[in-house]
Ligand binder design. Sequence first.
Ligand code: GRF
Length: 194
Amino acid sequence: MVKSIGNKKLNTAVFISGTGTNLRSIILYSLKKNSKIKVSLIVSDNLKAIGLKYAKKYKINKLVVNYKNKKNSESKILRILQKNKIKFICLAGYMRILSSFFLKNFKYSIINIHPSLLPKYKGLNTHERVLNNNEKYTGCTVHLVNKNLDSGKIIMQKKIKIFKDDTKFTLKKRLLKYENKLYPIAISKLIPSP
Ligand code: GRF
């Protein structure tokens, strides 16, 4: 599914919309000698995404698209991915749904991290819904992306306990630390060693 290319690291783009804590942990992983990816492009749909600061800090190319027109924006992203020879995409808090046009035209794997124990709680506002349902556990999932939202094959999950006094804010903050740990491990698991 994901092909490693000899001893070379897989050329990777990370897509973000916000703070970029997962982006940061993916970059830090990629800088390790034995990592399987090289992050060469950061894509954002939001010029104000805090995570864009990591492009400057780690000298990584960035692309910001405005999504005024989805098809044009996706076509532009596809062109730049091709130009940068990107062979793998990690979605990390990217708040856009990639269209089937995009998925058809990007021939390589795309993965995502979602803040719930999929297949439960697909979509937005997961922490709120989890708490409203009095769940005892929640977690995060790294999965392959397909045309159905948050429905691709699961690569790895981390389950955590919900505390009695948890709010959507405390839960989000606590889970994010686990997300940041899980994402690189899942990448390493998915991509075969050369
Ligand atoms: C994470 O909770 C991720 O699971 C969700 O969006 C959030 C992104 O956080 N899809 P960050 O931008 O990586 O800090």
